[in-house]
Design a protein around this ligand. Structure first.
Ligand code: PLP
Length: 438
């Protein structure tokens, strides 16, 4: 018997809010992916969240695997974070002057992370990466940077660049409004390709300031790189006097407290953070050795500043979050929970022989509608497979399971997801896959 699509949930109130929002914001949203352009229906307006659950304006309840795109590793409305924020709000929201809370968050991070000596707080991941690139250019006195097709590093001009065709290409702008001259300073190559890396350093000898890579590329599917490749990347950058920037906006404090640097056992030159570091508040950061950080203003000549940088309420949320994450059992428990969840999904898929893979690392996972055993490069993802994701996404929403509104996005598990949440989610994912592949 054919599986029936579950009846659509009501989106009446969300729909009305969206119509109104379209009169205020381009596309009705303040960040494009929220517009649900890649899935069925209009966006859900979320009213509240608690632990692993969220509720929309129509009163629909969901188990949330988007988790605000990663920051909420402790789930929604976490008691410690809420209390820390409330305790500090009464002291004032912002001073534009140093506060003790900045020291406390920095101390928590630097004491428990051997890969950076000093840190600078900013207000978003984009800002962190943009500043890291400037630092690399200022330090090396070179202009070119190398990025990988399929890695996202925020929306600064130098990084809104995609590959042309060929092994090593000057980037082509991936957004209107980015000057071609910026794109000309950004070289784009494929992931997991040692030949391309070798070629880029041969062709642009002594011109490359830095190579930037996501700790684990997780913005365009989950493109797990081999440890050998990451070590090759480290070696070749060092040999050529270029810096290695690990963009750990997703992987920082997610793969473990020391993120992808520890996961791969590699020492990057600069590391960027975002998302989890602010516990759901707008915080980004970049860190490096004392020598590199001495280049940053006011000590050095690389200028970087921010009115709301190190905002006390955001620092308080970050401290409450990271205080939980440094507990020795935190990551082993969360990662084991995720591994068991993913293993059950894989087992079901195997019994049904469905052409879908689940790639996963730590508490991140991604459904790839593909027969390939490994997907390590952006061009190995088939665009057509996103049609299958759309069907799954709608069915899951109708069944009370919330995933990001694009098949290129990963899912996150938080410490607030209970065994019961995950059992319910599995049952609905099985049913949604049955519908997709019937
Ligand atoms: N770098 C990575 C790896 C990201 O995943 C993101 C956002 O998703 C960014 C940078 C940009 O961060 P933000 O959206 O906070 O500006």
């Amino acid at each position: 018997m054919k599986s029936q699509k579950t009846a659509d949930i009501s989106r009446e109130k969300s729909g009305k809010l969206f119509e109104k929002a379209k009169t205020y914001f381009p596309g009705g949203v303040n960040s494009p992916v929220r517009a649900f352009k890649s899935v069925y229906g209009s966006p859900l307006f979320i009213e509240k969240g608690d632990k692993a659950h969220i509720w929309d304006a129509d009163g629909n309840e969901f188990i949330d695997f988007c988790c605000s795109w990663g920051p909420l590793i402790l789930g929604h409305n976490n008691t410690d974070i809420r209390e820390a924020v409330i305790a500090n709000i009464g002291n004032g929201l912002s001073f534009g002057a140093p506060t003790k809370l900045e020291n406390e968050l920095a101390d928590l991070i630097l004491y428990n992370n051997k890969y950076i000596d000093k840190i600078r707080f900013v207000s978003s991941g984009t800002e962190a990466v943009m500043s890291a690139i400037r630092l690399a250019r200022g330090y090396t006195k070179r202009d070119k940077i190398v990025k990988f097709e399929g890695c996202y590093h925020g929306h600064s001009d130098s990084l809104l660049v995609k590959a042309g065709s060929g092994l090593v290409t000057f980037g082509e702008t991936s957004s209107a409004g980015v000057p071609k001259s910026f794109a000309d300073e950004t070289l784009v190559i494929d992931l997991n390709d040692t030949e391309a890396l070798t070629a880029v350093f041969e062709q642009f000898k002594d011109q490359i300031a830095a190579v930037i890579i996501e700790g684990v590329p997780a913005n365009n599917g989950l493109l797990l790189q081999s440890k050998e490749y990451i070590h090759f990347l480290r070696a070749i950058t060092k040999e050529n006097g270029a810096l290695l920037i690990f963009d750990e906006v997703i992987t920082g404090f997610r793969l473990g407290f020391e993120g992808a640097a520890a996961y791969y056992d590699v020492q990057p030159d600069i590391i960027t953070y975002g998302k989890i570091i602010g516990g759901g508040m707008p915080v980004g950061a970049y860190g490096a050795s004392n020598e590199l950080m001495a280049c940053i203003s006011p000590d050095g000549a690389v200028y970087q500043a921010g009115t709301l940088s190190g905002n006390p309420i955001a620092m308080a949320a970050g401290i409450a979050t990271l205080t939980t994450l440094v507990q020795p059992a935190f990551y082993p428990t969360l990662n084991a929970t995720t591994a068991a969840f993913v293993a059950d999904l894989r087992a079901y898929i195997a019994t049904k022989n469905y052409p879908v893979k689940i790639f996963s690392v730590a508490s991140i996972f991604w459904f790839a509608f593909s027969e390939l055993e490994q997907i390590q490069k952006a061009n190995e993802i088939q665009a057509e497979s996103m049609e299958l994701y759309k069907v799954m996404h709608r069915e899951l929403l109708n069944r009370g399971i919330y995933f990001g509104p694009s098949g290129y996005e990963v899912g996150f598990i938080s410490a607030a997801h209970t065994t019961e949440d995950l059992e319910i989610a599995k049952k609905h994912i099985f049913a949604a896959l049955d519908l997709v592949f019937q």
